[in-house]
Ligand binder design. Sequence first.
Ligand code: ZN
Length: 439
Amino acid sequence: MTDRLYYTDSYLTRFTARVVERLTWEGHPAVILDRTAFYPTSGGQPSDRGWLGGIPILGVEVREPDGAVVHILEAPLPGDEVIGEIDWPRRFDHMQQHTGQHLLSATCEQLLDADTVSFHLGAEVSTIDLNRPRLAREALEEVEERVNRVVWEDRPVRAYFVRPEEAASLPLRRPPQVEGPIRLVEVAGDEGGRPFDLSPCGGTHVARTGEIGLLKVLRLDYRGQETRVEFVCGGRALRDYRLKNGVLHHLAAMLTVGYWELPEAVGRLQDEAKEARREARSLRERLVEAEAARLAGTAVTVGPLRVARAVEENWDPADLRALAQKVAAYPDTVVLVASVGGERVHLCVACAEGAPADATALLRAVAEPLGGKGGGQARFAQGSAPAASRQRVEEALEAGVQRVASREGEGAHSSHPAPGPKELAHLSDTAVGGTGAPS
Ligand SMILES: [Zn+2]
């Protein structure tokens, strides 16, 4: 089994070793050494990076069942005597997060009687899962205070091996999960008192708590019977502070307020946006009202009907619908409206109560030449067509008006030419001809 040098010295960054086996690991060349300072993926902590004989290491894994440490390499490694170099910034970051986790877990147990059931050291943030549902944020603030006091007291952190029978009589935070000699990590307690934390662990830790710098809880995530605590330590806490401070000052500058006034300023913006939406709605309603009156005024007389049409710019379908319905509230009126300028042309046709016309047939007559479609009932129909020029849509509506006119011609009282057989096929049996008043 590989001699793990980091067990006794987690600050060792350069070492010599002998290759004892060469292998292929998931398609990459890999070696096993007689001894190593590289930490392999285990216990929720990612593996170290660095170089063996100058060749970058892609990953470090434990081979089961013999427990050998496998160094996965970017390229084959020549020679049997090699120099290993640890990527120290990454290692030290892991030491800060991991030792911070010991303090956090120990303090959660002491203050909240909450046990850590799992730990994950992530690329950005780390998490522990506590076996308690919905722990309050305030409770974790108290934990955070105590953890950081222990950090600033710069207490020694020691790692050492004990025999299993020795371990049985020690106040361990959690039971050991290995057989044979057990590696314990001890964070010193008060002078002469029991350790602040004593737990079995095979990871890499800082030598004094002061090196953690700071531990900050970022957020809590309630997951059924457990509470997940997201936290950062050391350099990560600084970067997190820098990022959030930057975002906060940027937002404050955008709103020209102090950052402490942001909640109030954003609340004001929300109120203003709400008020603006309400006002826009009311203006749209007035616009629809005014446009309906204008359209009704431009309607032309076709037999017993008044026919109005209009092409609007960028109206949304709901407003177009409201417009058509308002115009159709005028007696004997048929209205054809469209909106252009968007991704599609929107179309609506509405007929006044009792007006002898079929909105659905008219809508189809307008939509089809534009390559669109739609449907509805005798008094109201709507549809859409692919985007088209204003002129094409005007022409399609005009064709619709002509259709109303030609339908009038069916009664032989109109000056318009009679409809062709194709158009006749669309006429509904409710159509009444003639130029007299509607029945
Ligand atoms: Zn540990």
